[in-house]
Design a protein around this ligand. Structure first.
Ligand SMILES: C[S@@+](CC[C@H](N)C(=O)[O-])C[C@H]1O[C@@H](n2cnc3c(N)ncnc32)[C@H](O)[C@@H]1O
Length: 222
């Protein structure tokens, strides 16, 4: 009853052009994880039964590009905004080293499968609890679109801080030209390149997910 009333009020406010403030990303992703489990990190247009297939398809799209960017010297990978760790263990395997997955939502870290060379750590928005220059690879997959200022810039600065000089930044983000959703900002490739000027990100690939453009960028810390 209460939620019906809320929906009716929401619709009236919408018609009057009054927008409710979007929930803070942490509250939004906590609730989304609770409501939809691991599938919540996908576009919710995908059915629950598609979770594995979509994740496998993304690995097939992304890992060949990552492999071409690696030098073989990487030993520590950071999966920034790792969610339920869809890629974290693969990162450890691919660099034959270890990986650290960090996320602001504890429920996601609880969903992640244990792996002997992977550590999952909670983080506060805009703060990565790792030493300066302690990682060789930062992997960011479909996370930055969820961030707004000032957390977006703080997160970029933290990524710069923890990545060693010469380390690889690998970014995968939705760059579709469409209006922002309350929980997601659709930015063009150039905006992500400007966010990490020290990495000179190259736009190396695009693929489609439910018709939306997902762009892959990579560069090294100068
Ligand atoms: C679309 S999901 C992607 C998760 C994972 N990278 C993947 O591809 O499966 C977005 C993720 O961003 C995380 N997130 C939200 N705000 C964040 C922040 N300030 N710092 C780091 N991660 C954040 C969410 O908790 C969620 O796990």
């Amino acid at each position: 009853m209460q939620s019906l009333a809320r929906r009716v009020i929401g619709r009236c406010l919408h018609r009057l052009g009054v927008r409710r403030p979007a929930p803070a990303p942490l509250a939004y992703w906590t609730e989304r994880a609770r409501a939809h489990g691991p599938r919540s990190v996908l576009n919710l247009g995908h059915a629950e039964s598609e979770y594995e297939a979509v994740t496998m398809a993304q690995k097939r799209e992304l890992f060949p590009h990552l492999a071409r960017c690696l030098t073989g010297q990487e030993r520590v990978a950071l999966d920034f905004g790792c969610g339920p760790g869809r890629f974290t263990a693969d990162l450890a395997d691919r660099i034959k080293g270890r990986a650290i997955g960090v996320d602001v939502v504890l429920a996601y870290l609880d969903m992640a499968a244990p792996h002997e060379r992977v550590e999952y750590r909670p983080m506060d928005p805009g703060r990565i609890d790792l030493a300066d220059g302690s990682v060789d690879l930062v992997w960011v997959c479909l996370v930055l679109g969820a961030l707004r200022e000032p957390v977006l810039s703080r997160s970029a600065a933290e990524i710069a801080r923890v990545l060693r000089t010469g380390g690889l930044l690998f970014v995968v983000e939705n760059t579709s030209e469409q209006p922002d959703a309350p929980h997601w900002t659709f930015r063009p490739v150039a905006e992500y390149q400007r966010l990490f000027p020290w990495a000179a990100l190259r736009h190396i690939h695009d693929y489609r997910d439910l018709g939306e453009r997902i762009s892959v960028l990579a560069g090294r810390k100068s």
